[in-house]
Design a protein around this ligand. Structure first.
Ligand SMILES: Nc1nc2c(ncn2[C@@H]2O[C@H](COP(=O)(O)OP(=O)(O)OP(=O)(O)O)[C@@H](O)[C@H]2O)c(=O)[nH]1
Ligand SMILES: [Mg+2]
Length: 675
């Protein structure tokens, strides 16, 4: 293989579906390159990746882990990303700053679909990527079938870079399709160079030809050579591989076993020879040619150290103490899993953590001359929420401070205060996402919170109009209180809210008290006869009387409340429930299941379905679902769709709710209000 001297440090993300072996692969890469003397294992909880107690406890990655090694004199930083869709925000952020991504997948054609969302993101952003089919130590891996399945979910052509050598159905080595050398795996050691097995020659030839033809699609010179049946020089093939990967024209596919360290050196070498350098990545991302310039891709509020902004250094070098975006870098660190080592300088291309840049948001460009706006993915829309409360009274300020930090670390986790239900809602991507956040609140910020299913913000309205008289009269000691009103109460169309008017003639209620009647009505509508906020009705003040001494703003407010308290129950109050509009995106083999999910919910209504824009083989089912029925929609959708189904949502309208369900809601509300 031709030598290629790359001086700048490079960065590879390790991505792929949940539990495909990414953290194990990072461990193996670190071990194979000599960065760690002994390998840890997921089951033993001692890998370099996943250092947080939450990741260790659940044996899953919940955020990106960072580790650096030197391989053949070159610096590599690996960013081991979470696979679970619930923690995908960190993965998407991480992918924005890497030179290359290694997509780790299971050796199972039926699970190929699970990598389609990540491939789509990589293709949409033209991020060079390599596929690594992991776990080939498990029996009966059919590489050709896996390849076919993977191709069906990739927008780019995949090319197999090696073919398996088998003994008794077990993969025991590989033939490199470029060098045409055969290797036998030796667990724990380098693979042995062996003679290319005769029986593999036809397949080797076929696959190699396919690889060359794929390269020739973007290289006329190579195409001519192939047409003339000339043997293309290896240098030319390697140059094409490098170029096609860099432009994301083609996806090379390798296989191996992270756990057994098989095929790892092959992967490292491919990365070394073919992954783009940081300057070409910076150019691909249109990073301005300002020096120095770095970009924050991850923010962590570390215990003892404080805020750490993890950056990719795009242009020039950084040093501790320098001013960036008007702030002084206070502490510069190199992360290796859970440990941070203090350093003084960071080189172009490196990943480092900068201390105490309090105002630096994730995604921002940092420069001595001030902030630089750089492309950054929008935070994911939250899909589910819980209502949270501090267990200890007085912890509220601590809680909001801690949550502010957690959502700074993870933009897909947000806090909302609902003024209607008076709840604090913690929004996220799924159950585990929220549970992990609660565990971090306790472990890192020492705040205990209790959680429950959030209330539905029901509303109520009226269906009939009435005329109502209301009088408030009070005599206590000196001054009395007097207000007297005649009002029309009538329903308004859905979505109108509340309207107040007056048609007083002859000053029966003096002008200054009209707004008092409105205020009283607004106060009353906060809780209608069913216990909820009232909407979509009108009050018209048309008559009344007053007393020159005893009438006051307060007395007229009170009179309005008296009138409404008596009048509204006569207007056929009715409950309104919020209905959400959902756009459920699923691969089309699951479209019928997604539709069933809608129709099996109370009042779920399918509006139609269509192809998903820009997503081959995906549909979007549009539907209305009552908010009260939303709680486990994401859980069920994921379980129906191998985890890849998702949805976007928005509030759509309020809808009358009657019958048993309405009675249940009103009864529950009554009990709540009595508490
Ligand atoms: N047989 C076999 N098992 C493996 C291999 N690589 C990983 N595993 C196992 O697969 C499981 C998941 O491994 P991880 O490395 O945590 O997978 P991951 O992709 O990082 O998981 P998430 O980050 O949570 O998505 C663990 O039980 C590993 O021991 C492999 O090459 N062969
Ligand atoms: Mg992992």
């Amino acid at each position: 293989m031709p030598g290629k001297v790359v001086s700048s440090p490079r960065v590879a993300a390790i991505v792929g579906p949940y539990l495909s072996g990414k953290t194990s692969l990072m461990e193996s890469l670190l071990h194979t390159s000599g960065a760690i003397p002994k390998k840890g294992a997921i089951k033993d909880g001692n890998t370099v990746g996943d250092p947080s107690p939450e990741a260790r406890g659940r044996q899953m990655s919940v955020e990106t882990s960072i580790a650096t090694c030197t391989y053949l004199g070159e610096s590599w930083t690996f960013l081991d990303c979470p696979g679970s869709v619930e923690f995908i925000q960190d993965t998407l952020n991480t992918l924005m700053v890497v030179d290359v991504a290694v997509v780790v997948c299971e050796p199972d054609p039926y699970r190929a679909l699970t990598i389609s969302p990540i491939l789509k993101f990589l293709d949409d952003h033209s991020i060079p990527h390599i596929i690594f089919i992991n776990k080939v130590d498990t029996h009966l891996v059919k590489v050709a079938e896996v390849m076919e399945a993977l191709q069906s979910v990739s927008g780019r052509p995949l090319v197999l870079r090696e073919i398996p050598i088998r003994e008794d159905d077990q993969i025991t080595g590989f033939v490199d399709l470029v060098s045409e050398r055969a290797y036998k795996y030796v667990p724990g050691k380098d693979s042995d160079l062996i003679k290319l097995p005769e029986n593999l020659l036809p397949e080797e030839h076929l696959r190699r030809q396919y690889l060359l033809e794929a390269l020739a699609d973007h290289d006329d010179h190579l195409m001519e050579e192939l047409l003339e049946e000339a043997v293309p020089p290896l240098d030319e093939i390697y140059a094409d591989l490098r170029k096609d990967l860099q432009s994301d024209l083609m996806v090379p596919v390798f296989f191996g076993s992270a756990e057994q360290d098989l095929g790892i050196k092959r992967l490292l070498k491919a990365l070394r020879h073919e992954a783009p350098e940081s300057t070409s990545t910076a150019d691909r991302l249109n990073i301005p040619k300002k020096t120095p310039l770095a970009q924050v891709f991850k923010t962590v509020h570390a215990q003892h150290i404080g805020k750490l902004s993890f950056v990719r250094v795009w242009r020039g070098d950084l040093s501790d103490g320098m001013a960036l975006n008007g702030m002084t870098v206070s502490g510069m660190f190199k992360a290796q899993g859970g440990s941070n080592t203090k350093i003084a300088k960071a080189l172009e291309g490196e990943i480092v953590a900068l201390g105490k840049l309090e105002k630096a948001n994730t995604g921002i460009g940092l420069a001595p001359t001030g902030a630089v706006e750089l492309a950054w993915p929008k935070p994911l829309q939250p899909l589910t929420c819980i209502s949270i409360k501090t267990v200890k009274a007085g912890d509220e300020v601590k809680l909001s401070g801690a949550l502010h930090k957690l959502s700074e670390e993870d933009a897909s986790l947000t806090l909302e205060h609902n003024p209607e239900t008076k709840e604090q809602l913690l929004w996220g991507q799924g159950d585990i996402h929220l549970k992990v956040a609660i565990s971090k609140l306790k472990g890192r910020f020492n705040v205990d919170v209790a959680s429950e299913i959030p209330m539905v913000p029901y509303k109520e309205t009226i269906k009939k109009a009435v005329k109502q008289h209301g009088r408030f009269k009070h005599q206590s000691g000196g001054h009395g209180a007097f207000g007297d009103v005649h009002i029309d109460i009538k329903p308004l169309p859905r979505g109108t809210g509340f309207e107040f008017t007056e048609t007083i003639v002859g000053g029966s209620v003096p002008r200054q008290y009209h707004s008092s009647v409105e205020k009283g009505s607004l106060e009353f509508m906060k809780r209608g006869p069913l216990g909820f906020n009232m909407v979509d009705f009108a009050v018209n003040l048309y008559d009344g009387s007053f007393h020159t001494v005893d009438s006051s703003d307060a007395a007229f407010q009170q009179a309005a409340r008296v009138a409404l308290a008596e009048g509204v129950p006569k207007c056929e109050p009715v409950l309104l429930e919020p209905i959400l509009e959902l756009h459920i995106a699923v691969p089309n083999e699951f479209t019928a299941k997604a539709q069933r999910l809608v129709t099996t919910r109370r009042a779920g209504q399918i509006l139609g379905f269509d192809g998903r824009d820009g997503w081959n083989g995906w549909d979007v089912v549009s539907a209305y679902i009552p908010q009260a029925e939303m709680n486990d929609v994401i859980v069920e959708l994921r379980s129906l769709t191998m985890g890849v189904g998702t949805f976007s949502w928005s509030f759509h309208h309020l809808q009358e709710l009657q019958g048993k369900e309405a009675e249940r809601v009103v009864e529950t509300r009554k009990k709540e209000l009595e508490r």
